[in-house]
Design a protein around this ligand. Structure first.
Ligand code: ADE
Length: 223
């Protein structure tokens, strides 16, 4: 898979993708990620990428011309163009899974008050938010999206089974609590059932715990 990120802050977008599992996946050629400086497509003496809002209002908006130029240069027949914005649909694991099947993603990172709406109507296939809060720009959101996708690509995780067993594999249930050694720490013991070797009982315990945890932390998933 190839991912092109268009941003005013390429280093912010790439930093989280330059360590650990994602770094290795990139080095192995599983995902080819490039972060481009939007300003490189801006023209004029000052290479201006932003402008005041038409009709008034606070803040600045990314201008259409550099974004149109960037996307028209980078896109191919099979590209999917995604805008990271708090106005987008909230990212879910099901969407991550769908996107992991694409050939080429172009991620546009909003900044200031966002982007000129003509970019969205003419070029963008999907608007995504990574949650109901506002970041200073979309570069971090793009990194989050890339991480979530790349780890699902075949060969990215050492243990091929691991994505199947985690929270949101069943979209309505969180993962059960997990324990490791020591079996007793500061008087706190690992639940007996996990040491029993009885797999059916362990599965039953995990299901009940997952349900309880979901009820406590994410009751919205059970509605
Ligand atoms: N840009 C600013 N906030 C964002 C968010 N929550 N998701 C995606 N892009 C953003």
């Amino acid at each position: 898979m190839r991912i092109d990120i268009i941003t005013l802050f390429p280093e912010i977008a790439l930093a989280p993708l330059s360590e650990s599992i994602i770094k290795r996946a990139r080095e192995a050629g599983i995902a080819e990620v490039k972060a481009h400086q939007l300003r490189d497509w801006a023209t004029g003496k000052h290479r201006k990428t932003d402008e005041y809002l038409c009709g008034g209002g606070q803040g600045m908006l990314l201008k259409p011309e550099p974004l149109f130029a960037a996307i028209e240069e980078l896109r191919t027949e099979s590209s999917k163009v995604i805008l990271l914005t708090p106005q987008g649909q909230v990212l879910k694991q099901a969407t991550v899974r769908e996107l992991s099947g694409e050939d080429h993603l172009i991620l546009i990172c909003g900044h200031y008050e966002g982007v000129d709406h003509r970019v969205i109507t003419e070029l963008v296939d999907l608007e995504l938010s990574i949650g109901d809060y506002v970041l200073t720009n979309g570069a971090l959101a793009a990194a989050v999206l890339c991480d979530s996708i790349i780890r699902l690509l075949p060969g990215a995780l050492g243990d091929a089974r691991s994505p199947e067993d985690e929270s949101f594999s069943d979209p309505n249930l969180l993962e059960a609590p997990a324990y490791t050694k020591p079996i007793e720490f500061r008087g706190l013991k690992v639940p007996e059932v996990l040491l029993s070797g009885h797999h059916a009982k362990i599965d039953e315990w995990k299901k009940a715990q997952a349900l309880q945890r979901t009820r406590e932390n994410r009751p919205d998933l059970l509605d």
